[in-house]
Design a protein around this ligand. Sequence first.
Ligand code: MLT
Length: 411
Amino acid sequence: MATINDNYLKLKAGYLFPEIARRVNAFAQANADAKIIKLGIGDVTEPLPQACVRAMIQATQEMGDRETFKGYGPEQGYAWLREKIAHHDFQARGCEIDPDEIFISDGSKCDTGNILEIFGNNNTIAVTDPVYPVYVDTNVMAGNTGDANKNGEYEGLVYLPITAENNFTAQIPNEKVDLIYLCFPNNPTGATASKEDLQAWVDYAQANNSIIFFDAAYEAYITDSSLPHSIYEIEGARDCAIEFRSFSKNAGFTGTRCALTVVPKTLTAKAEDGSDVELWKLWNRRQSTKFNGVSYIVQRGAEAVYSQEGKEQIQQLVSFYLENAKIIREQLTAAGLQVHGGVNAPYVWVKTPNQLSSWDFFDKLLNTCNVVGTPGSGFGAAGEGYFRISAFNSRKNVEEAMKRITEKFKV
Ligand code: MLT
């Protein structure tokens, strides 16, 4: 008799975004005339930069010609892309990252989950609360947790609240943890971490032999020049951090799929016999066994991000979404709502009015304004009483959504 991975039975019924989609579809079916505006999932709406489109068309033509056709590429990604990333994203900011330490993949979501395969099941794992749900759910699937309590908190995980009381900076744990997930600019709160904040985390990780999983998917949204874009801008991070990056939110690749993970060769963790093992070797082994790389065409599209034209077009895209975030912040603030984030991030974190629960506010917004956001409690117990509004949409839709919300929820 075949058996299942019972850990899956510990998961809450649905992953947050499909659950929202299910509720929205049910509402749409019952209200065929409703003009629903979706500011829920952080999915981009604007077309790909022309520099990327052109590069992908050219790459497609190469694939159609016997002379330039390509079969399997390197599992780690083509050297020409890794070199550009190392140079533009890291070395230009003073980070000592070698192209060999960069692994191209089809998404940070997959990588933040897959990375657990190279770690043991006996690690103490810390996540912020609220948190990107993938970090928690993949640990549940891997058997790294017990059951969830009524607040949805899993036994065995260390939750680090990020709340208005601590200015949305995650508190360094009092206890010793082995793996720590950090995401800055933060999804979902839109909060940022200063160099000093990250230095404190790196110091903690070095003192405790912990590894930080640093998700920098939203680094392109940093407008404050004093903020670090990479954890490797922090002294000591090469010895304690893995960084995840994506082309989804800067170049609009959510449907095109390209991302990267940096595993410095100086990073080690303990084997059962107490010896130090290079994590780079394990991740390289994992990727070359289970992954055949991102398509040549898509990698050429990602490479174009680093051309002069590509850089300008990406800046325009990011500025466009940041202007949306500004409109959301300003209009909701003027209506008397308490808002956070949205300055160095595409997410605005809103305190629900009149003590409404996150899901009650979700339902109210859907029913009365036909606007979809994301309930804060879907990101963790400490997100209860908050609501995330994404700036990823057209200007027209953002303005219309704000008009509807501010008319109904003026406090
Ligand atoms: C979100 O809405 O939080 C994002 O879409 C998450 C993701 O990029 O997977």
